[in-house]
Structures are given as structure tokens and as C-alpha cells.
Ligand binder design. Sequence first.
Ligand SMILES: [Mg+2]
Length: 441
Amino acid sequence: MTKDLAAFAAENGVKYFMISFTDLFGGQRAKLVPAQAIADMQEDGAGFAGFATYLDMTPAHPDMLAVPDPDSVIQLPWKPEVAWVAANPVMEGEEVAQAPRNVLNRLITEAAGKNLRIKTGIEAEYFLLHPDGDRISDPDDIAAKPCYDQQAVMRRYDVVREICDYMLGLGWGPYQNDHEDANGQFEMNWEFDDALRTADKHSFFKFMVKSVAESHGYRATFMPKPIEGLTGNGCHAHISVWDMDGKTNVFATEEGGATPTSELGLSDQGGHFLGGIINHAIGMTAITNPTVNSYKRINAPVTSSGATWAPNTVTWSGNNRTHMVRIPGPGRFELRLPDGAVNPYLLQAVIIAAGLSGLENEADPGKRWDIDMYAAGHKARGAAKLPLNMLDALRAFNRDKELKSRMGDEFSDAFFKLKMAEWNDFASSFTAWERVHTLDI
Ligand SMILES: [Mg+2]
């Protein structure tokens, strides 16, 4: 039975609902609706001017209504009188086809038609910065290899504990928190879930981390490369596919099989799904790594810690973190390409789109590389290189006709158009680098 939001408010002391949707650039947009008005809003949705967000609409478009999905409702642990609820944009009775949560829902339905249920976990790394955003918040966090730094994580214990306590209370099953590989960087892990639930949690996690950081006088960022020379913010995704009852992992098989994937405990279906990711990797990079800054993380020179931990080539491996895809154990794989700027809904959507392509075409993931890509990447002859910048990525996306059609033509056209406009805006902006390198020519 659909959850009644008015009853939820009465039971939990909620005074306001934050009806939230995510636009094509990953921005979370919301209206605060008093609990007294939520019954009508649950039915009809909250009205927005789509043009005011990144959804490729004009000022002449009619009202866009964000219809809350009551199953997604979360009472803010740090402000319990407010509840966040993810919404699906609708216009004149039709779903807005290019809206990211709608794109994801459509692909989940398509997978369900094949008796497949995609489950994922994500690792959304973030930095705690000074409120100005130009330096890390902890001046003592200067170690050359700061990963898992015991002292540094304890200096931000109050922030990390507060967020982890909230996740415990929400039932997300958080199980570890650490200081990551860059000074000022942290990672918190919680249990994997169905793709839509993971996308909603990913969205809410970003909102929660930023809110808690602000309350402690810091600024949290998921920007792919916020500090030059340091390791960037990845958003690795762990992927498995189950049957619809959620009890049988169709990716899992006995280890030691005859193919390079089944040897590691990934079934034939898992191998084909991975093949789809490999075949569409270059086209999907515009979605997994969506900003100008994203390309400062992949393809980066070695960082001060000794490794970027980000891929630059389309390769897969066993339990080896130097490749784009790692198979850490039977029945799942880790996609290490996405970064902190990725749109939570489009991340899940593009994984499913590429994976379904692989399943339908019985795609072969190709050779398994067991080398250290950072030291011996030049040996991976024939392996495709990831795009070097956002323009290359957008052009590659535009060339991948199958991926575009699986993501939906309305989405793909809108995404390409708005992102090309963003690239052109960037390309026409002057930088300090140009002055340094050109002034005296
Ligand atoms: Mg990490």
C-alpha cells in the first residue's frame, strides 16, 4: 500500500516536506511544503518552472509537477520536523522523459521485464574544506600518504560520527568510515540496495554530508578534483544483478570456470553485462564523469600520495584497483570510473543501459589485464583510452547511438545540448593559465 504522507507527518511530527527532484546536471531542486498541504501535493505534485533548472525547457513550457514518491521519504535526522521526499517530474499528465529519476525508473522496468533486478552500492568520497572552498578544513592534515590516517580521521570524528549515526538510524547499514587518500578526504560505506534506492540514498547522502559539514563550520564537496595535485573524489559503483525475488544473484557462479570472468566467479550473464559496460565505456563517460573538472581526475598525473586511484583506460581485472573495472570477488564487479560529480540517477541508469546492451548482445568483455596499469599501462596495447576532456566525452556519447537510444532520445538530446552549451561556456572563459603561458609570446 502506498504510504500516506499526511499520516506519516502526523505520526512523526513532520511540519514540512521537502519535495525534491534532480535535474540533468545533478542539482537537487526542492520546494518546502507544509504538512497541511501535503495530501494534495502527494496527488498532484509540486509546481516548478522547468526552464529555471537544467532540464532543457523554455520559459513558455507549462508547469512541471514534481510528484513525490512516498516510498523514498526520509525524515531529516538533523532537523526531524522536515522530511525529504524524492519526486518524479510530470508535465500535462505525462512523465518528463528526460528527467533523471524517470530515466532510471524506465530502465529498471525494462530490466524487470527480463526478470532482472540490479543492485548496487556506491562509495561517494568527499572533502571537508574551509567554508571558502579553496583549502582543506584541517591545517594539520598534511601527510604525504594520508589514507586511513588515524589521527586525521579523529580530528573530524564529530562530523563523521554524526553522519554515520544518522545512517544507522535510517537503517542504511553503514559499516565503515575512513580518511581517504587525499588530505581532507573521507569515505563512508553503507550496504548495497536496489538501484533506485541506492540513487535516492546517494542523493540524500550528498545533502546530509553538506548539511552536517555546514553545521560544524566546514564545507563538504564531492567535486571530482577539488585540490590540484591530490587524489580526487571517486564514486565507485559495485554492481550485481539478481532475479526479481532478490534472492538469487545471477552474476554469481562457482569460481574457477573456463572463461576469464567465470574464473573469478562471475557468471556468463555477469560477463555479458560487464561486456556491455566495456563496449559503452567511452560513450558513458560523459555521464559518469560529467564536468570539465572530472577530467582532472581521470587521466591525471600521479598525485602526491603516489597514485590517482582513477582509471585512464578501458580495462578490467581481478582484485586490482588500477583498472576501470575490478572484480573483487564472486558475483559482482566494481566500476571505478564515476566521480563525485555524477548524477546519482543517471549513474544507475547508464549502468543498466550499458549492461542490458551487453546481455542482449552477449557481449564479450575482452581480455582480462592483470598488470599494474599505473606502472605498466603502456603494455595494454589495444585497450581504448578514456576521453581526455569533456568535449571528447560528449562527442563520444553522441556517437554511441545504441547507448543514447537505451537512455532515451529525449534524455540524450537534452543532455547533449545542455552539456555542449556548458562546454562552450567553459571554452570561452579566460583562465590564469592562458595569461601565464601566452602573455609574453
Ligand atoms: Mg575510496
